[in-house]
Design a protein around this ligand. Structure first.
Ligand code: SAH
Ligand code: SF4
Length: 346
């Protein structure tokens, strides 16, 4: 049998494993502390454990720490993107954003993505495989380790990198729960954001988790006609199905839902779309993030001009729907939304 990756185990599974080796249950707490507070990357560093236990861990389990293949800093120094290699050689990109008050990490949930939104570099590469919960957790630890050296802490985790988190639901949710564990990273629920293209059954399921995580929905179009074209998944889960799931989420959590809207010149920045969006969201506990389209090799369209963006927001104002126009970040290193993909490295 393949040696289990310790990052894939939740606390109870780790405890069970150690007890099956004849260890006392408190040993699980010690190992957990080494993994999620001390952030060690090697069993030999777990010095509070007996040599025998360390050896046994070494022989029977593994610590899948991703290898950094490349690292890029944006010109402003605010955004950093790392290309990581997983144990089987697959690659993912992860982004660290440093603001005055916040340090957010944008992590991936799949290698590639099956949803195939035409404007997204991840979608353009197709799905290679799901990530395991441990591989999702390890991305957060990767940056947490570096920040700890600078005596800083990660404040936010957004599942908005490569892949669709609600199509790798179990791994994404158990990764969040592992990072929330009070004896480890102890991250607050509200520090997590799950971004979804709108997988209605996943949103219904999330509503019933009893969690206070943030939900971001990539809307991009407010009529089925346009959304069918921009996000092929809309043919499966159309706007009514999506909004009924979001309604459930709102009732269950009372958390404000964020809508992502990538502004594409002449496509979804029209008065018709602005009005349809404003009417849909009017009175809802919602916020819209307007994001200028980031360039990707496989999509020809352009980001909306400032004038069209302005006209769009005026319509939203008339419907009293709150929004922010996002700055483009990390574009010079292709670390912007939708620009993450597996790279060919030589
Ligand atoms: N699959 C999830 C999360 C990953 S994509 C989702 O779709 O929400 C993260 C965000 O990047 C989404 O809002 C997506 O619509 C956006 N995005 C994709 N391609 C983009 C591009 N070229 N420019 C700007 N944003 C993009
Ligand atoms: Fe997948 Fe999200 Fe990209 Fe669409 S935008 S292809 S759902 S990662």
């Amino acid at each position: 049998m393949k040696r289990p990756n310790l990052y894939d185990l939740d606390y109870e599974a780790l405890e069970k494993l150690l007890i099956s080796w004849g260890e006392k249950s408190y040993r699980a707490g010690q190992v957990w502390n080494w993994l999620y507070n001390q952030l060690v990357t090697d069993f030999s560093e777990m010095t509070s454990l007996s040599k025998t236990l360390r050896q046994r861990l070494e022989e029977k389990t593994r610590l899948a720490v991703p290898r950094t293949l490349a690292r890029q800093e944006s010109l402003t120094g605010e955004t950093r993107k790392d290309l990581l290699a997983l144990a089987d050689g697959e690659q993912i990109e992860v982004v660290l954003m440093r603001y005055a008050e916040r340090r957010s990490v944008c992590i991936s949930t799949q290698v590639g993505c099956a949803v195939g939104c035409p404007f997204c570099a991840t979608g353009q590469m197709g799905l290679r495989r799901d990530l395991s919960s441990g591989e999702i957790v390890a991305q957060v630890l990767h940056f947490a380790r570096e920040l700890a050296e600078q005596e800083r802490q990660l404040t936010n985790v957004v599942l908005m990198g490569m892949g669709e988190p609600l199509l790798n639901y179990d791994a994404s949710l158990s990764a969040i729960r592992r990072l929330m564990h009070p004896d480890g990273m102890n991250m607050g629920q509200r520090r997590f954001t799950i971004s979804t293209v709108g997988i209605s059954p996943g949103i219904h399921r999330l509503a019933d988790e009893g969690l206070q995580v943030n939900l971001a929905v990539s809307l991009h179009a407010a009529t089925d006609r346009l959304r069918d074209r921009l996000l092929p998944i809309n043919k499966r889960y159309n706007l009514d199905s999506l909004f009924s799931a979001i309604g459930h989420y709102l009732r269950a959590t009372n958390r404000r839902v964020t809508f992502e809207w990538v502004l594409i010149e002449g496509v979804n920045d029209t008065p018709e779309q602005a009005t349809a969006l404003g009417s849909r969201l009017e009175g809802m506990l919602a916020h819209i993030n307007l994001i200028p389209l980031n360039p990707t090799a496989g999509f020809e369209e352009q980001p909306s001009s400032p004038e069209r963006t302005e006209a769009f927001t005026q319509t939203l104002d008339r419907h009293h729907v709150p929004y922010s126009v996002r700055l483009r970040r990390g574009i010079d290193i292709q670390a912007g939304c939708g620009q993450l993909r597996q790279r060919e490295t030589s």
